[in-house]
Write a protein that binds this ligand. Structure first.
Ligand code: GLC
Length: 525
C-alpha cells in the first residue's frame, strides 16, 4: 500500500454489510461473509472499503441508529471478527473506512435511556429536550420537517419533547455539550487504534441547531443545515486523525452551494466529501461538463481532491436512473415506477464507469454497481424496511437488495435462507460467477478499468484538460497521452487521432464511437 495521501486518488468500495454475503443462514449479511469474499474486492482492485454501520443497533434505520459505537451487532458478528477483517483487508492491500453517525444515536443508547428515565438526568443535556408550545405544551416546539419527511419532535411521558431530524428512534445529539464532543473523539480513537484508515461521517452538515429554534424561512439562515459551529468539530477530528499516520475523514455533505460545501474541505478539516452534485446530475453533456468544472474549481480552491460517486445505499441505482426519461436524482423528484429502459441504462452506466474512474480524484463504487445491478422496483411495499417509506412515500430498499454471487436462482449464493429483501430472478446473468471471465460483462469492465487506472501514467496526474469534440461529447486528457471520450450525442462520432484504444464501454463502430459509449485512448505521441 502506498502511504501518502491515498484518499486523493483511491477507488473506495462501499460495503453495505446487510446485503454483501451471509454465512450464518439468517438471510442477513455478516462480517464473516465479507471476510469470505475479500478475494472479490482484491480481484476488483479497490484501494479501500467503506463499511456502512455494523454496530449494535435496533435497526430502526438499517443501523444508522447506533446503540454502541464500540462493538459489532450480533447479527453481523463480533468485534474480534471485525478486527480480523481489518487485518485481512490490510494484508491484501485494502484499507478500511468505518461509518460514524454523529448527528444522532439510537433511542436504545444508554445515554438516551438515562435521559428518558428522569427529567433531572444530566444526560438530558446531551439531547434536545424542550417544552411544547401552546397552553398545555402539547404543540411541537417547531414545525421543522424531518430529513425523511414528517415531523421532528416526539413527546415523552413526562410531557417534554425531544428533537429527531430523522426517525423518533434517532434522537439528535446536542453538539454544544463538551461531553458529546469528547465522546466522539474517543470513538474515533477507538477505531483508529484498531487500524481503521478512515472515517465516513454521516449527515455531516446537520450537527448544530440554532438554540432559539426559529422556523425554517425561505431565504433566512437555516436553523439546522450547515451552521458554522460544525467546522470547529471537524477541526478537532482532524487533529485526532493527525495523531495517526495516513488517516482520512470523508464527509457526507449534501449541499447545493459549492462554496459552502468546500468549507468542509479546508486544509484543517475533512480530507474529502461525497460529490452528490455529480451523483444527481442528468446524463446530459452540458450539465455534466458544468458539474465537472464546478467540482474541480471548488476543490482546487481548498486543495482537496474531488470525488466521483454514482450510487450509494440511499439513492436509486444508476442503471435505473440512466434508463429513465428524467436521469437526475433528488429525493424531491420521486420517479419510482416511471418507465425504465434497462438496456439504455446499462449502456450509460458502463460509459459512466469509465468517466468516474478517469476523472481526477477519488472514485466511490457502491456494492453491486460493479455487477450492473439495477433498482429492484418489485419489492412488495409490505416487505419494505426503510423508515423513509412511511414518512416520505419513497423506499431506499430497492438499492439495498443482497448481492447475487452464483447460481441460477435466488438467493444466488448470498445465503442459504431467503434474503432479507428479495432479489430479482433476472439477476442470474449478473452474478459474480456468471460475469467472471466474460469480457463483455460489467464486472470485467470494472476490473479492467481499475487495473488500467493503476497502470496508466496519465491517470496519476492531478489535472485534466478538456478536448473539444463538440457540445455533445465529453472528452478530456490526463497527461500527454491519455484521453477519455464519452459520446452523449444521439449518433456515432469520429474518434480523435490515437495510437490505441485502451478500453471501451461497448463495441466501437470502426473508428467511430457509438452513442452512450465511452473509450479510453492512448493518444499519438
Ligand atoms: C445518511 C445515511 C442514511 C441514513 C441517514 C440518517 O444520509 O446515508 O442511510 O438514513 O444518514 O443517519
Amino acid at each position: 500500500m502506498s502511504t501518502t495521501e491515498w484518499w486523493r486518488s483511491a477507488v473506495i468500495y462501499q460495503v453495505y454489510p446487510r446485503s454483501f454475503a451471509d454465512t450464518d443462514g439468517d438471510g442477513i449479511g455478516d462480517v464473516q461473509g465479507i471476510r469470505a469474499h475479500l478475494g472479490h474486492l482484491r480481484d476488483l482492485g479497490v484501494d479501500a472499503i467503506w463499511m456502512s454501520p455494523w454496530y449494535p443497533s435496533p435497526m430502526a434505520d438499517a443501523g444508522y441508529d447506533v446503540a454502541d459505537f464500540r462493538d459489532i451487532d450480533p447479527v453481523f458478528g463480533t468485534l474480534a471478527q471485525a478486527e480480523a477483517l481489518i487485518e485481512e483487508a490490510h494484508a491484501v492491500g485494502i484499507r478500511m473506512i468505518v461509518d460514524i453517525v454523529p448527528n444522532h444515536i439510537s433511542s436504545e443508547h444508554p445515554w438516551f435511556k438515562a435521559a428518558l428515565a428522569s427529567p433531572d438526568a444530566p444526560e438530558r443535556d446531551y439531547f434536545w429536550f424542550r417544552p411544547g408550545r401552546g397552553e398545555n405544551g402539547d404543540e411541537m416546539p417547531t414545525n421543522w420537517r424531518g430529513e425523511f419527511g414528517g415531523t421532528t419532535w416526539t413527546r415523552t411521558p413526562d410531557g417534554s419533547w425531544y428533537l429527531h431530524l430523522f426517525t423518533p428512534e434517532q434522537p439528535d445529539l446536542n453538539w454544544d455539550h463538551p461531553d458529546v464532543r469528547a465522546e466522539f473523539e474517543s470513538i474515533l480513537r477507538f477505531w483508529f487504534d484498531r487500524g481503521v484508515d478512515g472515517i465516513r461521517i454521516d449527515s455531516a452538515a446537520l450537527l448544530f441547531k440554532d438554540p432559539s429554534l426559529p422556523e425554517v424561512v425561505e431565504g433566512a439562515k437555516h436553523p439546522f443545515h450547515d451552521l458554522d459551529e460544525v467546522h470547529d468539530v471537524y477541526r478537532g477530528w482532524r487533529r485526532v486523525a493527525e495523531e495517526y499516520p495516513d488517516r482520512a475523514l470523508i464527509g457526507e455533505v449534501w449541499m447545493p452551494e459549492v462554496e459552502r460545501f468546500a468549507n468542509y474541505l479546508r486544509p484543517d478539516e475533512l480530507h474529502a466529501a461525497f460529490n452528490f452534485d455529480f451523483l444527481g446530475c442528468a446524463w446530459d453533456p452540458r450539465l455534466m461538463r458544468e458539474c465537472v468544472d464546478r467540482t474541480l474549481d471548488a476543490h482546487r480552491a481548498v486543495g482537496a481532491p474531488a470525488t466521483w460517486v454514482l450510487s450509494n445505499h440511499d439513492v436509486t441505482r444508476h442503471v435505473t436512473r440512466y434508463g429513465r426519461a428524467d436521469t437526475t436524482f433528488s429525493f424531491d423528484n420521486n420517479l419510482d415506477g416511471t418507465p425504465v429502459d434497462l438496456m439504455l441504462g446499462t449502456r450509460r452506466a458502463r460509459a459512466a464507469a469509465l468517466l468516474s474512474l478517469s476523472l481526477p480524484g477519488g472514485t466511490y463504487i457502491y456494492q453491486g454497481e460493479e455487477l450492473g445491478l439495477w433498482e429492484n422496483e418489485n419489492i412488495p411495499p409490505a416487505s419494505y424496511q426503510d423508515p423513509m417509506w412511511a414518512r416520505r412515500g419513497h423506499s431506499r430498499d430497492g438499492c439495498r437488495v443482497p448481492l447475487p454471487w452464483s447460481g441460477d436462482e435466488p438467493p444466488f449464493g448470498f445465503s442459504t435462507a431467503d434474503p432479507w429483501l428479495p432479489q430479482l430472478p433476472e439477476w442470474k446473468d449478473l452474478t459474480v460467477e456468471a460475469q467472471s471471465g466474460d469480457p463483455t460483462s460489467m464486472l470485467e469492465l470494472y476490473r479492467a478499468a481499475i487495473a488500467l487506472r493503476r497502470a496508466e501514467d496519465g491517470l496519476h496526474r492531478p489535472a485534466m484538460s478538456w478536448l473539444d469534440l463538440g457540445p455533445e461529447v465529453l472528452a478530456y486528457t490526463r497527461g500527454d497521452r491519455f484521453a477519455c471520450v464519452v459520446n452523449m450525442s444521439g449518433s456515432p462520432i469520429p474518434l480523435p487521432d490515437h495510437e490505441t484504444s485502451l478500453l471501451a464501454s461497448g463495441p466501437l463502430d470502426g473508428d467511430r464511437l457509438p452513442q452512450d459509449t465511452a473509450v479510453w485512448l492512448r493518444l499519438t505521441a
